[in-house]
Design a protein around this ligand. Structure first.
Ligand code: ADP
Length: 313
């Protein structure tokens, strides 16, 4: 069907973030009283799927949750955000969780349990290969097993389906995979880890990017927080300046950026426009607290862009 040609398929993690607020971190063996507890839907995969769906994308997600109440809740949340969930696997493992302790001094300590996210297999990808074939673009991160990410990229590559790889959390990736990705979208620290080189200045960044291009990567979008983003290829360099906004919470800026970039590409926008729309979504996300709660809608993005015409260059 024609509408299927715009499909954005996110293959990635689905987590519940559980946040306790305490005056300080407990010592090993100690019990202390905290002030508050909150739960938030998270996981980079789910965040990017929701980011793209809020922006009007036709989004399907492949991932894995547990057969538990939290998994059910997370699927409901995706559905509420208009993400197609029928191919999400349910495994005999706990749904992925991040246990976050926010201490009075602002220092967070976090335990992430991948749980069901780790149960996604290359066999699952083979069984769902038609879902990849019918996608316009596949979006991946590194919170599911690397072999699954690599296999999904292989399948997309064989079928000439575009791919976006956000190499987060930072990890090394084999050159063979980098060479098949359409757009690698790292931040500075992820680029540093990928390349094995520092990324503290423009010159260092260029050298690190060149190293990645030598490994076969063809196009990269490097995000640099309030310093904006760069599209880089062996031949081209396009700067996408950040929009000046009051930053409240930078959580999920990258997820908003990637979701927006994917929607723009799937919608047939030119690269320059896609970069602008991605930068605007990233900027909007930092003006609000939280992860998914801060992701803008298409209406919010369009309103923001019409008010900030200067950066539309
Ligand atoms: P990540 O969250 O993955 O580290 P970044 O912090 O680089 O990603 O943010 C992604 C993009 O979001 C940036 O390239 C930029 O366009 C936008 N962005 C991030 N922080 C800000 C900010 N403080 N002000 C304006 N735009 C921002």
């Amino acid at each position: 069907a024609d509408h299927m040609k715009n499909k954005i398929l996110v293959i990635g993690s689905i987590n519940q973030d559980m946040v306790v607020f305490a005056p300080r971190h407990p010592q090993p063996g100690e019990t202390i009283l905290g002030q508050d507890f909150q739960m938030f839907p998270g996981g980079k995969g789910a965040n990017q799927a929701v980011a793209a769906a809020r922006l009007g994308g036709n989004v399907q997600m492949i991932g894995c949750v547990g057969q538990d109440a939290i998994g059910k809740e997370l699927l409901q949340n995706l559905e509420l955000n208009k993400v197609e969930i029928s191919k999400i696997k349910k495994a005999a493992a706990p749904t992925g969780t991040a246990l976050i302790t926010v201490a009075g001094d602002g220092q967070n300590s976090i335990v992430v349990v991948p749980g069901a996210n780790a149960m996604l297999t290359t066999d699952d990808i083979d069984k769902l290969s038609t879902e990849i074939q019918s996608a316009k673009i596949v979006v991946l991160q590194l919170e599911i097993p690397l072999e699954v990410v690599r296999h999904a990229i292989d399948v997309a590559y064989q079928n000439k389906v575009l791919t976006i790889l956000n190499p987060a959390p930072a990890a090394k990736i084999p050159a063979e995979t980098l060479s098949k990705v359409t757009y690698l979208i790292p931040n500075e620290s992820e680029l540093s880890l990928l390349s094995g080189l520092p990324t503290n200045s423009d010159l260092e960044i260029q050298k690190a990017a060149n190293r990645i291009f030598k490994m076969g990567c063809q196009q990269m979008v490097l995000t640099r927080g309030k310093s904006g983003a760069f599209y880089l290829s062996p031949q081209h360099k396009i700067f996408a300046p950040a929009f000046a906004v009051p930053a409240v919470d930078t959580t999920a800026a990258g997820d908003a950026f990637i979701g927006s970039f994917g929607v723009a590409l799937a919608g047939g926008f030119a690269l320059q426009t896609a970069l602008t729309r991605a930068s605007a979504a990233g900027a909007l996300a930092v003006t609000k607290a939280g992860a998914q709660s801060s992701l803008p809608t298409k209406e919010e993005l369009d309103a923001f862009l019409s008010k900030h015409p200067k950066s539309l260059s």
